[in-house]
Design a protein around this ligand. Structure first.
Ligand code: B12
Ligand code: SF4
Length: 483
């Protein structure tokens, strides 16, 4: 029996916003996880349409497709095509879980929630004969204990800049109202981890030194994270990951992460206005001193990728300038800006729907680059233009240089400059490497940029710190009424 796993590319792959490098970063770990349940006598193949051509003239026994909101229409087209040839098609992933009725029109079977328990259950039923197969498989048991190692042998490493991406947890302990996670993990445990020893073994199996943890919140379970980082000491790894503001401030976990090799971190600041944070239930950021977070990370030589959302109900047209200035003046290395996007299934979506503020249900536009609802304190045009301006402004050479100079040590300044400009300013270079299918040969450059900087040299001067702290306190305290 042959099972073909497909990650369809998002619709944007054909328009002018397409950035090949962004979609050549990570291999499809979800599908490689599912493939680990395919028995030795059966054949499995993974095709990631973002980085390779998808041929449709084959006849596998099962086609298994991962559906995100932004690739949903393409996923349905592929599914419809295979089904028209009489091939058995199964669909799963975040969008299927959010909108099962929509997805089920394009599939023989759909899966709701994570697949570690439901997918092997389905394979067993399928082997007994198609009549034994259910229409909908709902994830019942949520655990990563005893799961087989993911099928990295099916990943074409040369097509990715970060072939060593890894996930050692699922979900997150928090409940932000715009996030996919509560809807996806509904009806069961929504945050759980691997056994530390399994994670360490998985890390050991990965060649090279660079790792990227794709976990929503790597510091979310403190005991697990502590044991993981202690176990990683001496493994000579450099790594990137994500964590929340409160977990960075709380205790010395982040110091342990740095000792284990953490060199860059994705932090969901989301908004510099308290009002917004409390409205979207981002309680883990409320009343937290962002400047302290930044200083702590920079002192440890950890670069920051700050995530910011625009268009929340407390945002007026001043939000773009304020946020960009804040990010630059705090030495944030890279910023990911998003237009607030109400994913179906989230509390945010339900609220906007009730308030009749949704303006489209074209899922292609739910990519955090388009406006899909009526903002409260600005027009749709102001939101879209402000978002585009923010990206442009943050990544001008002048801004990159200014932000780099925030750091006390020359080495950190240089690293910041190369990391930030490499990400946004060398599109042509990346395109050539991608076309040559040699992307993994650029990974050592990334490893060099992520090399350690000494914390002793990395302190910004005291006066500068005081100014930043004061400026931020003023902007964060601003109430909605006074904006
Ligand atoms: C890595 C990542 C990316 C990578 C994608 C790399 C890749 N090749 O997959 C990049 C950087 C390209 C990316 C881009 C974007 N991303 Co992204 N990304 C993620 C991230 C951080 C991790 C994904 C991951 O590997 N998870 C770990 C694996 C093990 O889990 P999984 O993939 O979900 O698979 C499991 C289940 O879903 C299920 N499953 C999945 N498919 C199937 C199929 C079948 C048949 C079955 C049985 C089960 C099943 O079983 C798997 C095992 O449990 C997630 C956040 C997250 N935690 O999921 C966001 C996330 C998926 N991204 C998101 C978004 C919005 C985007 C962008 C639109 C953002 C943007 N503005 O550009 C783009 C568009 C992506 C696209 N292709 O459409 C949202 C999706 C929201 C939604 N409702 O769909 C998420 C959830 C982030 C968030 N919190 O909002 N992303
Ligand atoms: S902290 Fe991040 S992953 Fe966790 S619920 Fe909030 S947005 Fe989602």
């Amino acid at each position: 029996m042959k099972i073909k796993f497909i990650l369809p590319s998002l619709t944007e792959a054909e328009d002018s916003f397409w950035r090949p490098i962004k979609y050549s970063l990570f291999p499809p770990l979800g599908l490689a996880t599912l493939a680990s349940y395919v028995s030795d006598e059966d054949e499995a193949e993974i095709v990631d349409q973002h980085v390779e051509k998808l041929s449709l003239d084959d006849e596998p026994d099962i086609v298994s497709i991962q559906v995100y909101i932004t690739n949903a229409y393409r996923a349905y087209q592929i599914a419809d095509y295979y089904r028209s040839k009489g091939i058995f098609v199964v669909l799963g992933g975040l969008h299927v879980t959010s909108l099962p009725e929509e997805a089920s029109q394009h599939a023989d079977v759909i899966f709701l929630g994570p697949g570690e328990e439901s997918f092997p259950r389905f394979l067993k039923d399928f082997k007994k004969g198609k009549s034994n197969v259910e229409k909908v498989y709902i994830s019942k048991i949520r655990s990563l204990l005893g799961v087989p190692p993911i099928r990295r042998d099916l990943i074409k490493r040369n097509l990715y800049l970060v072939p060593n991406s890894i996930v050692v947890t699922r979900g997150c302990p928090h409940h932000c109202d715009f996030c996919y996670k509560d809807a996806f993990f509904e009806g069961g445990n929504s945050f759980y981890t691997q056994a530390v020893d399994d994670s360490l073994e998985e890390i050991d199996r990965l060649p090279g030194s660079h790792l990227y943890f794709l976990d929503d919140h790597l510091l979310g379970n403190r005991k697990f994270a502590k044991d993981l980082f202690n176990g990683m000491k001496g493994m000579k790894r450099v790594f990137q990951g994500a964590a929340t503001v409160d977990s960075i401030l709380n205790g010395n976990l982040i110091d342990l992460a740095a000792e284990a090799g953490m060199r860059s971190i994705f932090v969901g600041f989301e908004s510099i206005t308290e009002e917004n944070l409390s409205r979207c239930n981002k309680l883990q950021n409320l009343n937290k001193d962002y400047t302290e977070v930044i200083n702590k990370l920079h002192d440890l030589g950890i670069m920051i990728n700050g995530s910011f959302v625009f268009g929340l109900d407390g945002d007026d047209p001043n939000v773009f300038k304020k946020t960009v200035e804040w990010a630059i003046s705090n030495g944030i290395t890279t910023s990911t800006f998003h237009i607030a996007t109400p994913y179906p299934g989230t509390e945010f979506y339900k609220r906007l729907k009730k308030e009749e503020r949704l303006i489209t249900n074209n899922w292609d536009l739910y990519d955090t680059r388009h406006v899909t609802f009526k903002p409260r304190l600005m027009t749709e045009g102001e939101l879209k233009n402000g978002y585009q301006w923010a990206y442009k402004e943050f990544y001008t050479w002048k801004s990159i240089a200014k932000s780099s100079l925030f750091h006390g040590s020359v080495k950190h300044q240089i690293k910041h400059f190369f990391y930030s400009s490499g990400w946004k300013k060398f599109e042509a270079f990346w395109k050539i490497i991608i076309e040559m299918k040699k992307l993994n040969q650029a990974t050592p450059i990334l490893e060099a940029v992520l090399s350690k900087v000494s914390s002793r040299n990395n302190k910004v001067n005291k006066r500068e710190q005081r100014v930043i702290k004061k400026r931020f306190a003023q902007s964060k305290k601003k109430k909605l009424t006074s904006i």
